[in-house]
Design a protein around this ligand. Sequence first.
Ligand SMILES: [Ca+2]
Ligand SMILES: [Ca+2]
Length: 633
Amino acid sequence: MIGKRFGIENRKAAERSMRRKICKGSALTALMAVSIMLLCACGKKTDQALVGAAPGEAAPAAEISSESAAAEVTEEQETEAEEQGASEENAAKVQEGKLTQMEELSAALTPLSIPEDDPLRTTYEVFVYSFYDSDGNGIGDLNGLRQKLDYIGGAGSETGADPGSGIAGLGCSEIWMMPVFPSPTYHKYDVTDYMAIDPQYGTMEDFDALLAECHARGIRLILDLAINHTSTEHPWFQEAAAYLRELPDGQEPSFEDCSYVSYYNFQREPAAGYAQLKDSVWYYECRFWEGMPDLNLDQEAVREEIRKIAAFWLEKGVDGFRLDAVTSYYTDMHEQNVEFLRWFNTAVKEISPDAYLVGEAWENQNIYARYYESGMDSLFDFAFAGQDGLIANVVRGSRPASAYAEALVREEELFGTANPEYINAPFYTNHDMARSTGYYAYDDGSRTKLAGALNLLMPGNAFLYYGEELGMKGSGKDENKRAPMQWTGNAEAEGMCRGPEAMDSFSMKFPPLEEQAEDPLSIYNYFRTAIRIRNSFPAISHGRTRILGQITGKETCGFVREMPEDSPSELSYEPVCIVMNLSETDQTADLAGTGYESGTLAAVLTVSEAPVQVNDSSVTLPPFSIAIFTAEE
Ligand SMILES: [Ca+2]
Ligand SMILES: [Ca+2]
């Protein structure tokens, strides 16, 4: 209901704004304001006019963007102020206190509490090592992460403020912690004990406290499980290696003497993907690196170990697992991988029916879609992610806007055929990919924002890699992609991590959190708003996409996200209509015939102060902006 008023209120504000300028006696400004009004009224482009705004002068389109600005200063007050010769001062005050259209609409939203057993969330991926350091040794830890839960969370609450910093929380409701088990490497993807916490990160008590505090905030916690391989320092491998080194030449190993030999794939012949076991005639399979011996997942005893590991964490209350490198379980043997995942999914759900599983199958979409046949909840949606993914391509303009919605419809069909219960796991970047801010040369943050929204408006359980909400930088070697979270610009400040040792020294492109939190137009506040929208309209995550062909093309893309017809009645979430301008210029879309021509503009995601304008059935979107409509009540 607020939204629909914008078109009218904006025009009123424009009139007031025009009057104010005329009073100031600037003929040029008045002429500009008139021309803008005419352009706005016709629903045409306003960008030329914007460019024409004098430096230091509030851009006219920005000035008309705020309903509250209009409400705060009534015409009477304005006249009075002008009579007192204080109009400049007053205008400055309005400027200071006013909200952008994005802020104002966002403030009126009501984020819903997500039911405890609902896995469709917004998940924050944390590299603990680089996140927040609680004890001053420069390495992030579990207690540090625990101190920042109000930053990550805030879902369901009005403000979600982080009381420590006064910074409003992001609104995520699930955390994927990258590996936290003991490991010789900084990234900890080669594990030496699956039922313990790496001392660099803290203790099991710290873990229990973290989990309890996550749950107290309605945040689910999922653990990263790398079970394709262990570390060579894992006791299983160490025992197997010691046994084989002692084994007399030509004698076959006895699994009865050393069952751990059967946990890995040892052979006497060298082969691709194998390394020689030091001081022996044996070779072992290690697809990633010689420090990561592949487990023999055909071995029943290994599966039983994995089941016990899962049970250990699930019984503690962990909400699920992110499964590392599932296409490497049986290297590129997809049928076998699906069989293993089917076994693991069943084992996990027997222990904890609400547990959530998401797999990393870094493959093309037709292949990872098949992995849904395993019955597991989610697979990361690589087709949309990374520098060459669909999101980056439409934001860059090398694919038309329509490609975004069309790809959504296509994959919903594809995944749904493999498993009607599938939950998509969209993400834009992760710890293995270059940070997204480097994808667009000369970007002022607009493209970084828009791309983030394209990810966060996808159905399913959407993932956000830490620091992306700040537009952090980092590419090249892996360590650079895992840089310290930029809480402040002072690397020595409390809680700041030093990052991986091999990380290059580089400076960030956008300011740290403490500065961005203050700026309503920051990347951070944009991401917060996108998540708030996601939390306020569960149809975004739970629904399916229906393209509005008449407003979908090269520059714009429009679709309805609505609950599927066969969805259970308790999930009768209100559908939303999403209209996107993925181009660098203003675009107008006519909603006539969509069912939303009399709808309510419920939320916007804009990259500047320029507002979305509604005029009868048409909507004019500034560059790179998104409008979300609900149907008329
Ligand atoms: Ca520490
Ligand atoms: Ca393997």
